[in-house]
Design a protein around this ligand. Structure first.
Ligand code: FMN
Length: 248
């Protein structure tokens, strides 16, 4: 049974968890990663199907994945700078720059949500001292995603696609459970949709059942004292998410 101290602790944790985008150079003991996964497995899911698989990389395997994903990112950046014909050539030659993720991570944001996305991005760049027009610096920050922001551990999350939105929903609940468990143990996390862009290197490194599709990654480690980790993009008020009743 939970008591009022629990609710205060949980409320504080929910409000104070932040995405960590700079990690200290300090290993995370394997037992600690195991303990966090052991907490997160209690997340609820549709019919208790738990339709996800997790791949954990640390040490040499993490470094190998970092090198391969950075190579993809750099190749993609190079193609991006080439213009339409260069992009076509890359497509025709099946360049490794082409995203091979199981889900499309590049989508058009609905107009209604664009202001929040932009505010969050610009807020982050402003904390990092990156000017809006400095696309090279923004690109460098994007690249940090594929270095897992210096985290000693990276997790990859896979879901069964047949369950459609519901396996993704279950994986989301699992991820938040995992992030809160990590936070309670003094660790920092950053969920990384960016890590869904290239599935090839991840599938080469892990024996993932083919029916499980790469959804995203998560960087895990000890927060550094870099100012970026204090960045809080805030949230919309509850009233903004509530839809009014039509009558009554
Ligand atoms: C599914 C998901 C994917 C995300 N992908 C990225 C990412 O690729 N790179 C990144 O820097 N942050 C990523 N984030 C972090 C969000 O930007 C962050 O949660 C949001 O701005 C709110 O900030 P906060 O987590 O610090 O409260 C992701 C978060 C979620 C939940």
């Amino acid at each position: 049974m939970a008591d009022s101290a629990d609710s205060e602790t949980l409320a504080r944790m929910l409000r104070s968890r932040r995405s960590i985008r700079d990690f200290a150079e300090r290993e995370v003991p394997a037992e600690l990663v195991a303990a966090i996964l052991d907490d997160a497995r209690w997340a609820p899911s549709w019919s208790n199907t738990q339709p996800y698989k997790i791949a954990v990389a640390a040490g040499g395997l993490k470094d190998q994945l970092k090198a391969q994903l950075l190579a993809r990112f750099d190749a993609a950046s190079e193609v991006q700078g080439r213009g339409a014909l260069g992009k076509l050539a890359a497509f025709l030659t099946r360049s490794k720059a082409l995203p091979d993720g199981d889900f499309d991570t590049r989508f058009e944001y609905p107009e209604e949500l664009t202001p929040r996305r932009r505010a969050t991005g610009f807020g982050l760049y402003s904390v990092l001292g990156i000017a809006r027009e400095d696309s090279a610096a923004r690109q460098r920050q994007m690249r940090r995603n594929f270095e897992f922001f210096g985290a000693p551990v990276v997790l990859f999350v896979f879901v069964r696609q047949e369950l459609g939105a519901y396996s993704v929903l279950d994986a989301g609940i699992f991820l938040q459970s995992l992030m809160l468990s990590a936070q309670a143990r003094g660790l920092g996390t950053c969920a990384e949709g960016a890590l869904g862009t290239w599935a090839g290197p991840v599938r080469e490194a892990f024996d993932v059942p083919p029916d499980y599709k790469l959804l995203c990654g998560l960087a895990l480690g000890w927060s550094s004292d870099h100012v970026v980790n204090a960045y809080n993009p805030g949230r919309a008020e509850v009233a903004e998410m509530l839809v009014p009743a039509k009558r009554g």
